[in-house]
Design a protein around this ligand. Structure first.
Ligand SMILES: *Cc1c(COP(=O)(O)O)cnc(C)c1O
Ligand code: SF4
Length: 321
């Protein structure tokens, strides 16, 4: 088993164990249990959390909190209204791009995830060996880019991913984009076989990471990203603006700088999608605008992400600022 698969298998799934690892009394972490979207966090990510700090910004991203059970106006199971759009694991909601649900699993469960209630079992492109999804793509000459999404597409083994890339190379697409949190939470995922896949496919590869706080980017992650960088056409990051985690200019500026140190450019700062259970992470839009303004005053333009929102029915992200 490759080391990254062992890290997936050995991830922490028990709140009491997490409390022990962080030197916190179990009571401080509460015991909110969500059977459908349970605690899941790799040990390497836990190691980047501060011991004895129940407010650690990495901990808050993954800890099931009692606030999730409180209903909030406008926060729903399908906030971007995409569940009715999926067929054969493909979502055609953006112009010129197709989204392929390549995997239903993730190496970590982020509490604010907009797809936390997505019906993955019914909508996996892999379910019938990719063929229906690929057949549909072959019929669509206007699709220049296929975005592998999920779940996390790097949950696929290198062998499965290689099969998929070979099939995608046989469509009109010129670019494959991979949206992933894997290199952040389990940097061992960037192994020599994976970068060989990127080197050998005829498709241009773009990787969009998901990092919200500079503490996520330790030396191990920096090493993996430095390894990855020469094998892809672009290495970008998207973050979600999250209350109490990164909604201050110091953290956002440090995140951009640290990403740049790792060879990554900040791409999007997303306004939170109103998914049920995540209302306690919400930040007022005007505060986000203010933060981006402050970032512009401090950083070169290429380190300032675009502040965007996903508006159901739109053919692209909607820029806020
Ligand atoms: C916005 C978004 C996309 C499309 O990204 P663009 O960079 O705007 O083309 C794809 N997947 C997810 C999950 C997104 O949120
Ligand atoms: S890794 Fe991405 S898809 Fe998976 S739970 Fe986190 S935000 Fe959601």
């Amino acid at each position: 088993m490759p080391p990254w698969q062992a890290a997936v298998r050995d991830a922490v799934r028990d709140v009491a164990e997490l409390a022990r690892l962080l030197d916190l009394p179990p009571a401080t972490l509460g015991a909110f249990a969500d059977a459908r979207f349970p605690l899941l966090v790799p040990r390497g990510f836990v190691a980047r959390m501060r011991r004895g700090d129940a407010n650690d910004p990495l901990l808050k991203q993954i800890l099931p909190a009692p606030a999730e059970a409180e209903p909030a106006e406008g926060f729903t199971a399908d906030p971007v209204r995409e569940q009715g759009l999926a067929a054969n694991g493909l979502i055609r909601k953006y112009g010129g791009r197709a989204l392929l649900i390549a995997s239903g699993t993730c190496p970590v469960h982020c509490r604010y995830c907009f797809r936390r209630e997505f019906p993955y079992q019914a909508q996996l492109a892999a379910r019938d060996g990719w063929e229906p999804a690929i057949a549909e793509l072959r019929g669509q000459a206007d699709i220049g880019e296929v975005i592998l999404s999920g779940g996390d597409p790097l949950s696929l083994s290198n062998r499965r991913l290689g099969e998929l890339l070979a099939k995608l190379a046989d469509t009109a697409a010129t670019t494959v984009r991979i949206h992933t949190r894997f290199p952040i939470v389990i940097p061992e995922r960037i192994d020599s076989e994976l970068v060989r896949l990127f080197d050998t496919t005829r498709l241009r590869t773009v990787v969009v990471l998901h990092t919200n706080h500079p503490n996520e980017l330790d030396a191990g992650v920096a090493g993996a990203l430095t390894t990855l960088r020469p094998h892809v056409a672009a290495l970008l990051n998207q973050a979600v603006l999250l209350a109490g985690i990164n909604d201050d200019v110091t953290t956002l500026a440090a995140l951009s700088q640290r990403l740049f140190d790792c060879g990554v450019l900040p791409y999007y700062l997303h306004a939170l999608d109103p998914v049920a259970g995540a209302a306690h992470f919400d930040v007022a839009e005007r505060r986000g605008v203010e933060l981006i303004g402050e970032l512009r005053a401090r950083l070169p333009g290429y380190l300032v992400p675009r502040f965007v929102r996903e508006v159901p029915g739109e053919l692209s992200k909607t820029p806020i600022f």
